[in-house]
Design a protein around this ligand. Structure first.
Ligand code: TGC
Length: 390
């Protein structure tokens, strides 16, 4: 499939190395994901078999340094995310949960022993990780989490015992390790929990109308006993998980535009072939206006993503700027995917075409990692100085 959306020579803003990575991931998506995604989506399976291929491409923890990670730039991570989400949001979400959340938590906040133990096997795709922050009654307000970690005894070597529940945790039922955030007597702390630990139970949430080629789970933690060194030493408050969320939210800025681009290209191709009243749909002014308006937003969305990526690579990206990108690009992408469906008419509601699948997935993407409403209020606070959360 050709790609016609680039009206402003976006490619010219990329380096040779960035273009090569983009090309390699696109070709992986074209050969390994696109031919199978409708089947995976219909059957609601996450294709575990492609994890080793993603690892081989260096996509797991790709923007992290050392410990077997690829050490790629933020822009390269974003470009890969866009290509993966052009395949399906569920596949990009796996890379994001693995690299931006679970591995980032260990990389940013873990001890050297925790990094040595987990990061190489996670980068190699031999261990899947998940990130347990959200709870059944604590979504936008993770500070109200009820999961509690108590020390069993005194002194630095005392075990931790975790009790509570988590919800909407990506990949938890296939994960080997979970990063679990819990209240303690000293505030919110993070724990590295091997999922084989007695008392850890993950159950997929089914059936879903979105992200069907991905897994989201409930987790129950019942007297999960951990050694003292399961604590992430570098995370001392809610700031710990938020610093990981920044990474995942950044990836979404790119990913959402990848889904939009794929939906749009599908609509362009269809409209050129589909005849109505003896003329291709693409020849009607109404269709052209839709295609043009969507192309403008895709070009602007990618420009925004690239600008924020360059800021991130320079070490200057601020959390509120991530909110600008996540809010705008998710909002535009879902509108684009829905508008593309209109061009496909009735055929657009089948799994033969990607736009409605992308639109359904984007319902999740605009909700996780901070809803539209949360990012609006983060920006409202930035502009007015007044937090409207409480
Ligand atoms: P607040 O008091 O404002 O902040 C607490 C501490 O965190 C710091 N902080 C940040 N630090 C870095 N980056 C950010 N983006 C940060 N946002 C806040 C803050 O400076 C403070 O630090 P310190 O040192 O003083 O302790 O906390 P609040 O809860 O009142 O904040 C309000 C709000 C709404 C911004 C925050 O709660 C929020 O972002 N809520 C949305 C939560 C969210 O995104 N949840 C998604 C969870 S992950 C998930 O859904 C799983 S998806 C992946 C999967 O499939 O598993």
């Amino acid at each position: 499939m050709s790609l016609d959306h680039d009206l402003i020579a976006l490619d010219s803003l990329l380096t040779e190395q960035e273009r090569l990575l983009q090309k390699n991931v696109r070709s992986f998506v074209d050969s390994a994901i696109k031919p199978n995604i409708a089947d995976w989506y219909e059957k609601a399976v996450f294709p575990l078999e492609i994890v080793p291929e993603m690892a081989k491409l260096g996509l797991l923890g790709m923007h992290l340094d050392g410990y077997g990670c690829a050490g790629r730039s933020a822009v390269e991570y974003g470009l890969a995310g866009a290509e993966l989400e052009a395949g399906d949001s569920g596949l990009r979400t796996f890379v994001s949960v693995q690299g931006s959340l679970a591995m980032s938590a260990i990389h940013k906040h873990g001890s050297d022993e925790q990094k040595q133990q987990w990061l190489p096997q996670m980068a190699a795709g031999e261990a899947i990780g998940c990130f347990g922050l959200t709870e059944p009654t604590a979504g936008s307000d993770p500070g109200s989490m009820k999961t509690f970690a108590r020390r069993d005894g005194s002194g630095p070597d005392a075990d931790w015992v975790l009790n509570g529940s988590k919800r909407w945790i990506g990949l938890a039922s296939v994960a080997k390790v979970a990063i679990i955030w819990a209240q303690t007597d000293d505030g919110v702390r993070g724990f590295v929990v091997p999922t084989e630990t007695p008392g850890f139970k993950a159950t997929p949430i089914e059936p879903k109308l979105s992200m069907r080629a991905s897994i989201q789970c409930d987790i129950e933690l019942t007297d999960v006993r951990l050694p003292a060194d399961a604590l992430l030493p570098g995370a001392n408050s809610l700031r710990g998980p938020f610093e990981c969320l920044n990474e995942a939210r950044y990836g979404i800025i790119w990913g959402a535009m990848g889904a939009a681009r794929d939906a749009w290209q599908t609509a362009v191709d269809y409209s050129k072939e589909r005849l109505q009243f003896d003329k291709p749909l693409a020849g009607y002014q109404l269709t052209q206006e839709k295609l043009v308006n969507m192309a403008l937003e895709i070009n602007k969305g990618f420009l925004l993503a690239l600008h924020l990526g360059r800021l991130k690579d320079a070490g200057n990206l601020q959390p509120h700027q991530i909110s600008v990108g996540k809010l705008n690009n998710c909002r535009e992408a879902i509108e684009i995917a829905r508008e593309c469906r209109t061009i496909l008419g009735g055929n657009g509601i089948t799994l033969d075409y990607s736009p409605l699948r992308h639109a359904n997935n984007l319902e999740s993407v605009r909700t996780y990692e901070g809803t539209d409403e949360v990012h609006t209020l983060i920006l409202g606070q930035k502009i007015t100085g007044i937090p409207a959360f409480r």
